[in-house]
Design a protein around this ligand. Sequence first.
Ligand SMILES: [Zn+2]
Length: 319
Amino acid sequence: MREHEWKGWLKGLQELSPRQRQAVLAQLHIPDEGQQVLMQIESGGASGRCCPHCASERLVRNGQANDLQRYKCQACGRTFNALTGTPLARLRLRHKWHAQTRVLDEGLTVHEAAERLNVARSTAFRWRHRFLRAAHQVKSAKLSGIAEADETFILRSNKGQKVTGRKPRRRGGHSRTRGTGDDHVPVLVARDRSGGSTDFILHRCSKKEILTSLTPVLATDAVLCTDGSSAMASAAAQLGIEHHALVGTTGKRVRGPWHIQNVNAYHSRLKDWIRRFRGIATTYLSHYLGWFRAVDRHAPQHIDPVNLLDLALGRIAHH
Ligand SMILES: [Zn+2]
C-alpha cells in the first residue's frame, strides 16, 4: 500500500462502527489464533496418545494432513490425528475456534454468532452443537458437607427438530402453565458449599427419580437442604441422611447454615444464560447444562478460551 493510501486507510479506521471494528480485529488475528489453536490441539504429542479406533498405543507418525500431524496405528493399521474421535473432528476454520468458545460463553444466538465470526449460519449452528457436545461429561462425582438440592424448570422446545402432532411454540416463548406439566423439563440441581455441582434431567420430580439421581452423588455423611417438597423429603428419608426442609414446612427460607440459596442462585444464572440463546432444543439440554456447569464454576471470571476449547475437545472430564 502506498504511503498516501495507507494514511487514508488509517484515518478511515476512526469511522468504523463497533461491528466493523470487530471484523477488522478478527481479520488481524487470523494467523495468530490459527497457530495458537493448532498448538493446543497438538499439545501432548504422540506420548500418551492412543488410537481412537482400537485404543492401542503402538503409533507411528504418518505425515501431515490439514496442518495436523497424522498418526498410523500399528495394531489396526488405521490413521488418525489429534482431533479424530473428538466432537471437533473435521470442522474447518480452526483460527476461529477460540472465538467460538466465547460465543457460547456469552450466549449469542446462531444469527449473532454467524455475524461475530463471519461464518455461515449453518456453520454457526453446527459449531454450537459440536462445541457443546463433550461438556455433559463434566460433573462432580461426589457432593459432601452441606449439599443443596432443588429443581428448576426449563421450557421444553422442539426447536431444530421435525414436529409431529404438536404445534410448535414460537421460539423462546412463554408457556401458559408455569413450572409444571409437559411444557417444562424438570432439572434437579445439586450443589455443595465447596462449589461441587451436578444436575439431572428428570421426567418428573418424583421420589424415585430424585433417589436415582442423588444416591450415587451424595456422600453418606452429607447434610441435605431442600425446599421440603414431599418428594424431596421422602427421598432424603430413604437416603438416611440428615435433611433440612426449608420453605415447605416453616416458610422460613434460611436457618443458619441451612438454606438452598446457592442452588437457587445457580438456577437463576443458568436460566439467564439459556435465555440469551432465545430458545434451546430440549434434545441438547444436557450439553448446555454441562457447558454451564463448567463455566459457572469460574464465574464471575470468564474462563480462558484455551480452557473452553479443552472442554469442547473433551479433555476436561470430572472435577
Ligand atoms: Zn488402532
